[in-house]
Design a protein. Structure first.
Length: 238
């Protein structure tokens, strides 16, 4: 029995799952993608209106700063709302456990039964888990909240801000140091390359097909830049 318990406690092949990356990966990819697309599109739109290079760079820097702050604030508010909802549900479970522990044990056992566990065994499992950490068992198995997927507002806000600024800086640097007479094609080309690389990295980190991820990100970025460039050119003719 002791040997079997040690076998369960120490798996021979530790598995590395990617779900723990979801929180920061989503925020980082969204921020970098938005930084490249929005700033690249802004630069192309202003340049298409035949604005001077100085004006194009000012618009790009303003877009970088405003976008970074907007992404951080928006991500924080969004994820904090999720965290507040999670905490409210946890508080409900805490009160229910205090006033009706027996009913909560039955509810937990019923969850295991629905998942295929024998009713008698499910009752034993629920009892043992609640004896060790009743609230933790209900948070995990009833509410579906795990430590890997728990909302982390500050982490998400920081990741979004940093990734947006990093992404936005790329087309801005191309506009700043590229030849003035080739500003538009260079910004467009390099922005698409940056998006393809970002999509590939994100897909690889998340275990998804690399080519599909790169194509998806590049397509929508190209569409956004094309539309913005068209609007800028149209306004520049006025």
């Amino acid at each position: 029995m002791d040997n079997r318990m040690q076998t369960f406690a120490r798996p021979k092949h530790p598995e590395r799952h990617r779900t723990k990356r979801i929180g920061w990966l989503r925020a980082a990819v969204l921020g970098a993608n938005d930084g490249i697309v929005s700033t690249g599109s802004l630069i192309l739109g202003v340049a298409a209106a035949e604005a001077a290079r100085g004006s194009v760079l000012i618009a790009g820097v303003a877009g970088l700063v405003a976008g970074t702050l907007s992404m951080a604030a928006g991500e924080y508010v969004s994820v904090q709302s999720q965290a507040d909802t999670e905490q409210a549900d946890i508080d409900i479970e805490r009160r229910e456990l205090k006033h009706d522990a027996v009913g909560e044990r039955r509810e937990l056992a019923a969850i295991y039964v629905r998942r295929g566990v024998d009713p008698a065994l499910a009752d034993v499992v629920a009892e043992q888990l609640m004896a060790r950490d009743a609230l933790g068992a209900h948070i995990r198995d009833e509410l579906g909240i795990s430590s890997q997927l728990r909302a982390r507002p500050l982490q998400a806000a920081a990741a979004s801000a940093a990734s947006f600024a990093s992404g936005a800086a790329l087309p801005l640097l191309v506009a700043a140091f590229g030849p003035p007479n080739a500003l538009k094609p260079l910004v467009a080309l390099f922005s698409l390359v940056f998006l393809a690389v970002l999509g590939s990295i994100a897909a690889q980190a998340g275990g998804a097909p690399v080519v599909k991820g790169a194509c998806r990100v590049t397509f929508w970025g190209a569409l956004a830049m094309a539309v913005t460039t068209g609007v800028g050119a149209w306004l520049g003719m006025g």
